[in-house]
Ligand binder design. Structure first.
Ligand code: SAM
Length: 278
């Protein structure tokens, strides 16, 4: 397991993922009834943008550093900005909140969060980051398996975030299988998947498979391309795929994507939100 999210925390891809995620969880918590969340690939929880890893790439400074300096950034980033501000009371953007912090920020009585992280160092950091959070738990068990087990076990509302490192060739197949199995256990489970965009062939073929696995639930795709996809070796963009998400989330996703393309993109950058099957 080589991937460490510390190198990439707060980059453009995290900004899209986390703006969409905060909009999604906000919309789900606006409805009555407890919400259980499974974060299949949780990471370390909090990232130090002045740490060695983040400083090496500068991705966080180029992403969230830029966002926090933009007072006119759209409202879709408000929840993320508030979480960043809460971690940095002196006003300097040093610490960045990962999905576990964002997803547990406003848990209500009865809500729960389970973060899966198999790296021992990041798992230990995550336990510390979530120590004070009501209803939050951490496991070192495999995230793919845990999502299906949790879906089989409970009965209430379920949100699953799938955010693998894409280091393994079978990550795409694992996503499709997990979406199908979770939805087979829980027909109304909402599932959010983060995806890199490198080349169109891989991306399009995966979206076709995801649409089939999620059917009949609609799948909303919020994507940003920072540049035309001319070099498939680069991460040219990213997307959040939302299965069964409330309709209102699309507007926030579009707002966030447009800001990222406009502010962080190269010539030819674009953002769009589409609903598969429409
Ligand atoms: N979701 C996090 C966020 O938004 O802040 C970032 C997660 S990072 C992209 C992926 C994480 O998944 C890494 O920390 C990696 O160690 C972990 N991981 C990889 N395979 C896993 C597995 N099978 N089960 C649980 N965690 C895994």
């Amino acid at each position: 397991m080589n991937y460490r999210h510390a190198f990439h925390a707060g980059n453009f891809a995290d900004l899209l993922k986390h703006a969409v995620l905060t909009a999604l969880v906000g919309a789900l918590r606006a409805r009555p009834g407890p919400l259980a969340i499974v974060d299949t690939h949780a990471g370390a929880g909090v990232y130090d943008l002045r740490g060695e890893a983040a400083a090496k790439t500068g991705e966080g400074e180029a992403g969230v550093g830029r966002l926090m300096r933009d007072a006119a950034a759209p409202g879709a980033f408000d929840a993320l900005k508030a979480a960043v501000a809460a971690l940095n009371p002196n006003g300097k953007t040093r610490f960045y909140p990962g999905s576990p912090i964002l997803l547990t920020a406003a848990q209500r009585p009865g809500d729960s969060y389970l973060g899966c992280e198999i790296r021992a160092d990041d798992n230990a950091a995550l336990r510390i980051a979530l120590k004070q959070r009501r209803g939050a738990a951490v496991t070192s068990a495999d995230g793919w398996r845990t999502a299906v087990e949790q879906a089989a076990r409970g009965r209430g509302r379920l949100l699953v975030l799938i955010d693998p490192p894409f280091e393994r060739p079978d990550d795409y197949a694992q996503i499709v299988a997990t979406v199908a199995e979770v939805r087979a256990q829980r027909r109304d489970a909402v599932i959010a998947v983060w995806l890199p965009i490198k080349d169109l062939a891989t991306y399009d073929s995966f979206l076709g498979d995801l649409e089939d696995a999620a059917a009949p639930a609609p799948t909303t795709i919020a994507e940003v391309r920072l540049r035309p996809l001319s070099d498939p070796m680069k991460m040219n963009g990213c997307a959040m795929a939302l299965v069964g998400a409330p309709a209102g989330v699309a507007a926030a996703a579009d707002e966030a994507g447009q800001w990222i393309a406009r502010t962080l993109g190269e010539p030819g950058a674009v953002a769009q939100v589409t609903v598969l099957g429409d």
